[in-house]
Design a protein around this ligand. Structure first.
Ligand SMILES: Cc1cc2nc3c(=O)[nH]c(=O)nc-3n(C[C@H](O)[C@H](O)[C@H](O)COP(=O)(O)OP(=O)(O)OC[C@H]3O[C@@H](n4cnc5c(N)ncnc54)[C@H](O)[C@@H]3O)c2cc1C
Length: 425
């Protein structure tokens, strides 16, 4: 039984399909949606270079020997070895397991900042990416018809808080998108937009070395984006963001990309948690099992797995780690079923890629640092190779090339997915 079908859960299921002989075992995957979200491409979906449907991997077409249950994990009883699941039709199920892999991922980590929960948008899910693109276009559409210059500035102000790769990539892609779209809005173009990146630490992009972070910062500043390091968000209203340096920025859009925390349901699974709320696992990814009727494993963003390359610390929340943990946990489950020994997780980050829009990126691959166009080509090739399935890769390639030739798509899908209510009048 695998709970969660993101990077960790998907790769665990795929590896189990390959490792376990047909008919020898029954693999079930429980996930909220019938697809895996390829999160590193979310900024591309928000920025209009990729169709949102093309940044996901349909689970059924990729996992032919796995039973899929689409619903939400609600709890677990490890003494009975059962997992509680609320199926999408609302029916509550109790699913039995012989081995349980928990890969429930993470959600945006918020802080108790006045107005944040009410007015900010995250960049963690497909609805977030679609909502952000709509928000940028809605702001331009409204600003274009607002007479008052100060009020118009509110709609043309965009603030991102948190300058990890999700924040930097998201801001760069959206700003690039808005810079193209604004050509269709003469009044907005005359006034200009304001884009601000706020980071609490002394520099942006902790994931890459200083020289690459500086390149990324120079690239953003050259586009007119303001980068505020050593600064935090103090307060947010519907119309403005106030920073720790006392400045109030007129903005109707604030994107919160300042870190993640484990999915809330993890706290209801009656498993040992660390200070950050992650499930404590040993180096083989096994969870303390004395009171458990059957083995439980935890991987990915929701798990605190010891990081062999940084003694005393847990693995960082990255797709690279989740994928490799997924593959290894499958081997360990197969070994456990065959009475063999589980292997410890050992992985050192081999590289990082971060796209900056406008055919620019920063990357590190096997210790070599890349920036600019070469890094951008590496980043796109990397995602193309990592995306599971030829059909999905071709969709990405088609979207990217169409955007290169014809620019980003400036249409706002708005209420797509919510049907128009049938009414008599
Ligand atoms: C915008 C963005 C860009 C990123 N870029 C990179 C990058 O370039 N490189 C990199 O290495 N990492 C990147 N990451 C981080 C990466 O996405 C995560 O580390 C990775 O997805 C973790 O994998 P996971 O399997 O633990 O969780 P996820 O991939 O989040 O999967 C968790 C799954 O569990 C499901 N789930 C959650 N709760 C429930 C429930 N109650 N019931 C049923 N299902 C549930 C979710 O729907 C999801 O399918 C990025 C993240 C974001 C947000």
């Amino acid at each position: 039984m695998i709970a969660g079908g993101g990077f960790g859960g998907f790769y665990a299921a795929r590896a189990l399909e390959r490792l376990l002989p047909a008919q020898s075992a029954h693999v079930t995957l429980v996930n909220e949606a019938n697809f895996m979200l390829y999160t590193p491409l979310l900024p591309g979906a928000a920025g209009g270079t990729l169709d949102p449907r093309h940044v996901v991997v349909p689970l059924r077409s990729q996992l032919r020997r796995t039973d899929l249950v689409i619903g939400a994990v609600t709890g677990a009883d490890h003494s009975q070895a059962t997992l509680g699941v609320r199926r999408i039709d609302g029916e509550q199920l109790e699913l039995c397991y012989d081995q349980l892999i928990i890969a429930l991922g993470s959600v945006s980590r918020t802080l108790p900042i006045p107005g944040l929960a009410e007015h900010a948008i995250g960049l963690k899910s497909l609805p977030d990416a679609t909502a952000l693109r709509n928000q940028v276009l809605n702001c331009l559409d409204i600003a274009e018809s607002v007479e008052d210059r100060a009020r118009r500035a509110e709609y043309l102000g965009f603030v991102f808080v948190g300058a990890g790769y999700a924040g930097v990539e998201g801001l760069a892609e959206l700003q690039d998108f808005a810079a193209q779209a604004i050509e269709l809005y003469p009044r907005c173009r005359a006034q200009g937009m304001r884009w601000v990146l706020v980071e609490a630490r002394p520099r942006i992009m902790q994931e890459v070395p200083d020289s690459l972070a500086q390149f990324a910062e120079r690239e953003l500043r050259a586009r007119g984006i303001e980068v505020r390091t050593d600064t935090t968000l103090r307060e947010l209203t519907a119309r403005a963001a106030t920073l720790s340096d006392g400045e109030t920025i007129a903005a109707r859009t604030l994107v919160w990309t300042a870190g993640v925390k484990p999915s809330p349901v993890v706290a209801r699974l009656a498993l040992p948690l660390d200070r950050e709320g992650r499930i404590v696992a040993d180096e083989t990814m096994r969870v303390d099992h004395r009171a458990h009727a059957a083995p439980v494993w935890a991987i990915g963003d929701c798990a605190a797995v010891p990081d062999a390359s940084r003694p005393g610390q847990s693995c960082p929340p990255t797709a690279q780690h989740a994928i490799r943990q997924g593959r290894l946990v499958a081997r360990n489950v197969a070994a456990s079923l065959a009475g063999g020994r589980a292997r410890p997780f050992r992985y050192r980050t081999k590289g990082v890629v971060a796209e900056l829009g406008r055919n620019q990126a920063v990357a590190i691959t096997l210790g070599i640092r890349w920036r600019g166009l070469s890094a951008w080509l590496i980043a796109r090739t990397y995602h193309l190779l990592l995306m599971p399935g030829l059909g999905r890769r071709l969709r990405l390639l088609a979207d990217w090339n169409v955007a290169l030739v014809f620019g980003r798509d400036p249409s706002s899908p708005g209420r797509l997915g919510s049907p128009t209510p049938l009414a008599d009048e």
